[in-house]
Ligand binder design. Structure first.
Ligand code: GRF
Length: 194
């Protein structure tokens, strides 16, 4: 099964997905990295692993439909079946949603529907809640509103800092996302750990 990963930043989730495929944890090919930020570290990761890249600057396009149709033609060319969002900081538009209905997933650092959108870790600390977590969900037109596939809670302890909480959340993400992607690609329902 061919997958494309969309990322805008560091790309640690891209890396663990790639590593899982390389180790043979599940049968897949990472056929394309799509990145909307020239200069993002994830680009270096893709180059190191010889993963094909599509890097673009949204400002150079008239609108979302225009750059998404560029993305779409590359996805089609490579027979990509699933779109895996991993820190892609943009809403997906109609062009991709229609072409990949039910085949786009995202990972978000909170227990959705709590704390959608940007800086979910900061939002949870600000709110003073005792737990937050990680959600993997299908993507629809809204901001982090699609159907939930898997969630895992992370405790917030007294004296928790943004850095410590971020680290705990990323640790969970790096275990959960490959496991969920494996489940989806195999057409299974129950998420089991790798
Ligand atoms: C992750 O925390 C993910 O939940 C969010 O963006 C972050 C991406 O981190 N959507 P990385 O670039 O994979 O390290």
């Amino acid at each position: 099964k061919k997958i494309a990963v969309f990322a805008s930043g560091n790309g640690s989730n891209f890396q663990v997905l790639l590593d899982a495929v390389t180790k043979g944890d599940f049968q897949a090919e990472v056929s394309l990295l799509v990145c909307d930020r020239p200069g993002a570290f994830v680009i270096e990761r893709a180059e190191n692993a010889a993963v094909p890249l599509f890097v673009f600057n949204p400002k150079e396009f008239k609108d979302k439909a225009e750059y998404e149709s560029q993305i779409l033609s590359r996805l089609k060319q490579k027979n990509v079946e699933w779109i895996i969002l991993a820190g892609y900081m943009r809403l997906i538009g109609t062009t991709l949603l229609q072409a990949y209905e039910g085949k786009i997933v995202n990972i978000h650092p909170s227990l959705l529907p709590a704390f959608p959108g940007k800086d979910a870790v900061g939002q949870a600390l600000e709110a003073g809640v005792k737990e937050t977590g990680v959600t993997v969900h299908y993507v629809d037109a809204g901001m982090d509103t699609g159907e939930v596939i898997a969630q895992e809670a992370v405790e917030i302890i007294p004296g928790e800092t943004r850095e410590s909480l971020q680290a705990k959340i990323q640790k969970v993400e790096h275990r959960l996302y490959p496991a969920v992607v494996k489940t989806l690609l195999n057409g299974e329902k129950e998420v089991t750990s790798i």
